[in-house]
Design a protein around this ligand. Structure first.
Ligand SMILES: Cc1cc2nc3c(=O)[nH]c(=O)nc-3n(C[C@H](O)[C@H](O)[C@H](O)COP(=O)(O)O)c2cc1C
Length: 152
């Protein structure tokens, strides 16, 4: 069974958290073992990060940028991979974001996380509270990620 990390930041309304739960739901239904980490609650341990087969990253739009907790992860990742890239590069990854109407975070998210590995599916974006259509897109992303690591 492949392992999927859903690494996200959610702080204001729980909008990004609702998307993360839907990604996890889709991935679990497709047979993956899923771990959810909210960077608003804990800093992601980069050594733990190495052991996951795939990852879904989710961020709210904060000033047309990713949330600070995810930026901290990216900084930790960059420094760690310089001395030992094992388990840090070349992972299948998917993206999702929520915003209040501007939504420019999507472009930043796609650019920043392109260094993580091979992108799976399309970036799921939600304006405000995710509705059923967005949640289904998130479940589909989870299924696609689970499929990408099937047999691991
Ligand atoms: C500090 C802060 C900055 C924000 N900046 C933007 C922004 O530039 N553009 C935008 O569309 N939404 C912006 N928002 C709205 C959030 O992206 C939106 O409410 C999001 O769904 C919150 O996700 P969460 O409930 O998971 O924390 C901002 C919210 C906060 C708290």
């Amino acid at each position: 069974m492949g392992s999927l990390l859903v690494l996200y930041h959610s702080q204001e309304y729980g909008n990004t958290a609702a998307m993360a739960e839907a990604v996890a739901e889709g991935a679990r239904a497709a047979g993956a073992e899923v771990t959810l980490v909210n960077t608003n609650e804990q800093r992601m341990d980069i050594e733990q990060y190495r052991r996951f087969d795939a990852v879904a990253f989710g961020s709210p739009d904060y000033y047309s940028y990713i949330a600070g907790g995810l930026k901290v992860f990216l900084d930790d990742w960059y420094i760690a991979q310089k001395s030992n890239s094992q388990g840090l590069k070349h992972k299948p990854y998917g993206l999702f974001c929520s915003h209040g109407g501007g939504g420019r975070v999507r472009i930043v998210l796609e650019e920043l996380f392109s260094r993580m590995g091979t992108k799976v599916g399309k970036t799921v974006a939600s304006r405000g509270r995710p509705g059923e259509a967005v949640l289904e897109e998130c479940r589909e992303l989870g299924r696609q990620l689970a499929e990408a690591i099937r047999g691991k």
